[in-house]
Write a protein that binds this ligand. Structure first.
Ligand code: TYM
Length: 324
């Protein structure tokens, strides 16, 4: 039996470099490994957990699918679908909510952060976010989830739900593990925290051209503190280098130690390496934009396959919970 994999990205806009290096790269590696059966979705229902614009959601969920295809996710190898087209995720999430306490959900750091960010929108949907994510994963009985390190608390919840369901109802859900990439934590261009769609000036889009990327990377603050410590901006630059141009790390570390490091040289090396990685995706994206019928077809086919698998799990759970 092939091991199942599931991952998803919210439809809050086009993908950024953090999404690509932290999640999509792992999704690609597993898709191309014949030991795995891969399910990758656009998490459009999760987008409803924070304030959003209806027209933008419609547009963005397609943009994420196009980004997936441009990055090399392949409908011949992976089931590519939109979460909202598989109603069973929402049904299973409700069943899972019966084995999850409110206290546990309220204490999650991801919940607290979002409440701080949107104090007027501390909704039940937001509280249920991790339960829906557990349903996304467990409905396919996926044991491996390629996501960035920030998603670890959600995976812990998923494992707990799997254990609870197995104990109380005799289901056979796996306890999923995170599949990590080198880029599991991509720092923000501001030098503080991680690259994030919700922080202006923190990210590089997959569609940015070389000039834009160069400008953005040059904007990373690089003041060096007394005593030769690396500032947080410089640490961020070295993290980028480690992921996109690992062969250059030694050279720049050496010049940092010797006090001869040229920030512009370091920044431009990083910018060029990022662009070299993104250029083929941008070319593929242009082809896809010219062929909307193909994208429609991928979305329709993916929904059908995902629904077939999801229906089996939900039927099993209904039966075990006394609803059949
Ligand atoms: P989202 O949209 O916030 O993030 C999508 C993916 O990108 C990764 N990521 C990063 N990785 C490294 N460095 C960064 N700076 C960075 N920023 C974002 C995230 O870790 C994530 O892998 N809850 C998920 C969406 C989801 C999901 C699922 C994922 C819904 N259901 C089921 C896996 C399985 C999320 O917040 O995505």
């Amino acid at each position: 039996m092939k091991k199942r994999v599931l991952s998803g990205i919210r439809a809050t806009g086009r993908l950024h470099l953090g999404n690509y290096l932290g999640a999509v790269k792992g999704m690609l590696a597993l898709q191309d490994n014949p030991s795995y059966e891969t399910f990758y979705m656009v998490a459009d229902v999760h987008t409803l957990t924070t304030p959003y614009n209806i027209e933008e959601l419609r547009k963005n969920r397609r943009e994420v699918m196009v980004d997936y295809l441009a990055a090399g996710l392949d409908p011949q190898k992976s089931v590519l679908f939109q979460q909202s087209e598989v109603n069973a995720h929402i049904e299973l999430a409700f069943y899972f909510s019966s084995v999850t306490t409110i206290a546990k959900m309220q204490h999650l750091p991801t919940f607290k952060d979002k409440v701080k960010q949107y104090p007027e929108h501390a909704t039940m949907a937001l509280l249920n976010y991790p339960i829906l994510m557990a349903a996304d994963i467990l409905i396919y009985k996926a044991g491996l989830v390629p996501v960035g390190i920030d998603q670890e608390p959600h995976l812990e919840v998923t494992r707990e739900i799997a254990r609870r369901m197995n104990q109380e109802y005799g289901t056979d859900f796996p306890e999923p593990k995170r599949f990590a990439t080198k880029g599991e934590y991509i720092p923000s261009l501001t030098g503080e925290g991680k690259m994030s769609k919700s922080v202006e000036g923190s990210y590089i889009n997959l569609t940015d051209d070389l000039e834009t990327i160069r400008k953005k990377v040059r904007s990373v603050p690089t003041a060096t503190e007394a005593g030769g410590e690396k500032s947080s901006g410089l640490q961020a630059l070295f993290s980028f280098l480690q992921v996109v141009a690992p062969t250059q790390v030694q050279h720049f570390e050496q010049s940092f130690q010797q006090g001869t490091l040229q920030f512009v040289e370091l920044k431009d090396t990083i910018a060029e390496a990022i662009y070299a990685e993104l250029k083929p995706l941008q070319e593929k994206r242009k082809e896809l934009e010219a062929n909307p019928a193909y994208v429609d077809q991928v979305i329709a086919q993916g929904a059908q396959k995902a629904c077939e698998v999801a229906a089996l799990t939900v039927k099993e759970v209904r039966g075990k919970m006394g609803l059949l």
